[in-house]
Write a protein that binds this ligand. Structure first.
Ligand code: BTN
Length: 250
């Protein structure tokens, strides 16, 4: 798939989404080193400073039922984890459904957006965007995300801190290419096979208590075969959440 790098854009998701609405049919990846209007889930902003992060989206011209399109978020989570792990001697955790965690901090988030559905309920295209905090910004993360946000690379890591601007750009390009490679590997088998085992073994909240957003505290039994969250309520009843947001009970 074609990969395109830009220094700055509003939001890689918005740009590709608009291209989709305008008739784009070719799959591609758009990578930006800075976003002026980065979007998060639930209408939130996604802090996207230059130098310390990497922001990219994949455009797929694909007819999918919504239930299948939703699986592209965990697929990206696995692909990005595998890519990042090539550069750290450690593993990344995935917090259901779309956040990557490292050292107990959120280092990355994913936003998947689908085109308006066709009359038979299929997507025309899907945009899967991911933002990664590679380094901590000078002066730290903004006040509203300070407690939760973290960076993948410690400033002390050799070869990274010593990099010039051009070397850093080359590094980011390589990382984006590695994410694309891992994504394409899993996507080539999708939807017949999904990387659910790879997701499970990185699950951050399995066997822990979480609070459902605007809901009760529940125990997480694990990840179901279709990437749902298998939970148990305090009264012993069980359920599988297909979407939503949870936070760890500390
Ligand atoms: C979240 O954590 O709420 C999801 C954040 C998704 C951010 C990425 S950065 C690349 C792409 N472009 C955007 O505007 N958002 C996604």
């Amino acid at each position: 798939m074609e990969i395109c790098f830009v220094e700055e854009t509003t939001s890689t998701n918005t740009v590709l989404y608009e291209e989709g609405l305008a008739g784009r049919t070719k799959d591609c990846m758009l990578v930006a080193f800075r976003q002026t209007n980065g979007k998060g889930r639930r209408g939130r902003d996604f802090y996207s400073p230059v130098d310390t992060g990497l922001y990219l989206s994949i455009f797929l011209h694909k007819e999918l039922e919504v239930s299948k399109a939703l699986l592209l978020t965990p697929l990206m989570a696995v692909a990005a984890s595998e890519a990042v792990e090539k550069y750290i001697d450690d593993s990344i955790s995935i917090k259901w459904v779309n956040d990557l965690y490292y050292k107990d901090k959120k280092v990355s988030g994913i936003l998947t957006e689908s085109s308006p559905l066709t009359s038979d309920g299929q997507t025309e295209f899907v945009v899967i965007g991911i933002g990664l905090n590679l380094f901590e910004p000078e002066g730290g993360f903004p006040e509203d995300i300070k407690g939760r946000a973290g960076a993948i690379f410690d400033k002390s890591i050799k070869n990274v801190t010593d990099m010039s601007h051009d070397e850093l750009t080359a590094f980011k390009k390589k990382l984006a290419q590695t994410i694309l490679e891992r994504f394409e590997f899993h996507y080539s088998k999708f939807p017949n096979e999904t990387p659910v085992e790879e997701y499970r073994k990185r699950s951050y909240i399995s066997a822990r208590w979480v609070q459902i957003l605007d809901g009760p505290e529940v125990f997480v039994e694990g990840i179901s075969d279709d990437f749902g969250l298998a939970i148990q309520y305090r009264d012993g009843s069980k359920d599988i959440l297909k979407a939503g947001e949870v936070s760890l009970v500390l």
